[in-house]
Design a protein. Structure first.
Length: 322
């Protein structure tokens, strides 16, 4: 138990200091390649019918999560058989690679820096690196809104949710979650050719994020309160708009962020050339401005810190009880 807490804390600190250097191969990239490999071959094996593709999606999910969790489990078992200190080093590095606090901040701040120059093409390119929507026609407010939404949503997906899984089952369960989340990112679209094969991975992502998204929302409310933001409005918008999204989870933290900052987020967006009608989240108390990106990043860091404190506290309490 103590080794696991130490690995989580060390990994969190490394993430804050180092982020995600592009020069270092990332395990999630390997998970993505494994997903693509499985998709390619399962499409050949199963019938090209709606049912066949849905079954292929279920098989793909099982294969991906089994390998993604099994390999780190085997590595940690081998390290522990040599020395618990070696396991601590290995698991700390894994926790670092599972968390994404600094990288999410850095990528969103690249959008902020591009917007400061007034170069729309550069800004559109920067935001295209962190969102799934089409960005070719976005103006500066829409680019800013997309960046803020991404920070708000991924505070749960990229930090709080994986941290909760790390708390429950260490790095193997953390990589299990990353595999689930990566499959949703790659396959979870309603447009062909992903509609059928991506259905099961998308639904499982909703299931795995159901509780983490809601916990993230409350942690973000707490962080907003500590940062002097409008927590009363954050709570109001959360209660009213937390289901204003096709996903049951995405609007949980987006609604809190919108309320805390006094913004209206979401609305219609294009994905792969198809316009998707989406409800608004929040009220336009004021117009969005590029400074809202660093404000969202402050919320990100505050929520991450509260999440770590909560996870460590729960682990230590459980350890003390048993």
């Amino acid at each position: 138990m103590i080794w696991s807490v130490m690995a989580l804390c060390v990994g969190f600190c490394i993430d804050l200091l180092v982020g995600d250097p592009h020069s270092i191969p990332h395990p999630v990239v390997l998970i993505g390649k494994w997903i693509s490999f499985c998709e390619k071959h399962l499409r050949r094996i199963f019938p090209k019918t709606e049912r066949g593709e849905k079954v292929a999606g279920g098989v793909l999910w099982i294969l991906v999560v089994t390998v993604s969790a099994g390999i780190p489990l085997g590595i940690l078992w081998l390290c522990h058989s040599i020395s618990p200190w070696l396991r601590l080093v290995a698991e700390s590095l894994m926790c670092w690679q599972i968390l994404a606090t600094k990288s999410l901040r850095d990528e969103s701040m690249k959008v902020y820096a591009a917007l400061q120059t007034g170069d729309l093409e550069k800004s559109r390119y920067a935001v295209s690196m962190i969102v799934g929507r089409d960005t070719d026609e976005l103006d500066a407010p829409a680019i800013t809104r997309a960046a803020v939404e991404t920070v708000a949503e991924n505070t749960s997906d990229g930090i709080v949710a994986p941290m909760l899984f790390l708390m429950l089952g260490g790095a193997p369960l953390g990589f299990f979650y990353k595999a689930v989340n990566t499959m949703d990112s790659m396959l979870g679209y309603v447009e062909p050719p992903y509609r059928n094969i991506g259905m099961f991975p998308a639904k499982m992502d909703d299931v795995m994020n159901f509780l983490p998204a809601r916990i993230s929302a409350f942690l973000m409310l707490g962080a907003g309160k500590l940062l002097g933001m409008d927590a009363k409005n954050g709570w109001k918008i959360f209660k009213r708009d937390r289901f204003n999204h096709a996903s049951p989870n995405s609007a949980q933290t987006e609604s809190v962020c919108a309320g805390l900052l006094g913004l209206r987020l979401a609305g219609d967006a294009c994905y792969h050339g198809v316009l998707h009608r989406k409800k608004y989240i929040g009220d336009p108390v004021r117009s969005i401005e590029i400074e809202d990106i660093p404000r969202a990043c402050q919320l990100l860091y505050g929520t991450a810190a509260l999440s770590l404190a909560a996870c460590v506290g729960v682990k230590l309490l459980f350890w003390a009880v048993i």
